[in-house]
Design a protein around this ligand. Structure first.
Ligand SMILES: [Zn+2]
Length: 385
């Protein structure tokens, strides 16, 4: 089935916004210039790590350059260490990083990392000793250079689906929503996820990775790094909903986007607020990965098929209301590099749905609805290839 909508933001606008997007380090730069002592890089099987050793905490700004294979990192108030007096262009012989170009520009340093193909990245400022760490991952190789036209958004690339990540929300110290009877979201979604895994492995013969198989805490970042690191093809996050109005009930299927109603804003805010206190920059989340443009259409299709499956599998027996396919800036949807949805499988704040969620058959139906969404999505992908 063709998706009914398409990402509306033109690529040029995204690029423009990205050029002005800055990510300040937690500590501000001091008066005296910092020194870039060394740049190290290492190719891992699935990504390349580049480390800038510096002598004090530093600010930085990143920008993706047009052409999409180069990342520019601007380091204000910094001078080059002795090691760079001779070589300012480093050619890398392994991994997918091609060159590192270093330029002293008045009081600042500009470093350009050029990769062999398109990439997504994560940058963090770390202390003891002070350094900037950049992890760069190759984008899906199925996407070729010519795909970078807005027109391609209407026809998402066809991925062969081998690995599916199932992400039961919360866990450990983070119970998620707690129903009036004491039923926790973390327990319900783990059980549903296990049932879903069983169906996908048994019936679809696909590899399934669970972000957690047991009751332990896992940060949102760890969840997305697992999915990206293992180059998963689909990401399904499973949650249970909550609302101050106890009469509120039904299912919601989310994909990444700007939240369009108050319920979506509140839901994303609640699911993003993890026990590790990770602050989320919504603007950065939506704009940081150009690759998202490709995945969004696929996510939209998966979301619609899953919602339809919920209405058929669950709605028939339980008269469940669908609150629809919605968009909101969920961390796990923003940071995963593959089609991704988040299902709010019922309201734990609603007494009737809490009672149902305690029931094994109801949980099994939910797992079957999620499974059917995945199955239909894979069938529809095959038709297009
Ligand atoms: Zn949740």
């Amino acid at each position: 089935m063709q998706p009914t909508g398409s990402p509306s933001r033109p690529l040029a606008v995204i690029l423009l916004i990205q050029l002005f997007l800055s990510l300040p380090a937690s500590t501000s730069a001091k008066e005296s210039p910092a020194t870039l002592i060394n740049i190290r890089h290492h190719a891992y099987p699935d990504h390349t790590r580049i480390v800038f050793d510096v002598n004090q905490p530093t600010n930085y700004k990143t920008a993706r350059l047009p052409g999409l294979q180069t990342l520019s990192i601007h380091l204000p108030n910094m001078i080059l260490g002795e090691i760079f007096q001779k070589d300012r262009i480093i050619t890398v012989k392994s991994g997918f990083l091609k060159t590192i170009e270093i330029r002293q520009e008045e009081a600042a340093i500009n470093v350009m990392l050029t990769f062999k193909n398109r990439y997504f990245y994560k940058i963090s400022s770390i202390s003891d000793p002070d350094r900037l760490v950049i992890d760069a991952f190759p984008s899906n190789p199925a996407l070729k250079k010519g795909d970078l036209t807005p027109a391609i958004s209407k026809n998402p690339p066809v991925y062969s689906i081998r690995t599916i990540v199932i992400d039961p929300g919360h866990g450990g110290d983070d119970p998620g929503t707690i129903g009036k009877s004491g039923l926790t979201e973390k327990a319900v979604v783990l059980d549903v996820s296990r049932r879903l895994k069983d169906l996908v492995v048994r019936k679809l013969k696909k590899e399934v990775l669970m972000t957690r198989e047991k009751d332990f805490f896992l940060s949102l970042e760890e969840r997305t790094l697992l999915a990206n690191g293992r180059k998963a093809d689909l990401f399904i996050s499973v949650h249970a909903n909550a609302h101050p109005k106890r009469s509120m009930q039904g299912i919601e299927i989310y994909l990444l986007g700007v939240a369009t109603d108050e319920q979506a804003i509140a839901t994303a805010a609640r699911e993003n607020a993890t026990a590790d206190g990770n602050e989320v920059n919504f603007q950065e989340m939506i704009l940081s990965d150009l690759e998202k443009e490709y995945n969004l259409n696929a996510s939209l299709e998966l979301a619609h098929l899953t919602e339809k499956a919920f209405i058929e599998k669950l709605g028939r027996k339980y008269a469940t209301v669908s609150l629809g396919v919605k968009r909101a800036p969920f961390y796990v949807l923003a940071k995963t590099n593959m089609p991704a949805i988040l299902a709010e499988i019922s309201f734990l704040s609603n007494p009737l749905e809490e009672r149902r969620l305690k029931n094994r058959q109801y949980r099994q139906r939910i797992a079957e609805a999620l499974y059917t969404g995945i199955d239909q999505y894979i069938r529809s992908s095959k038709k297009k290839s």
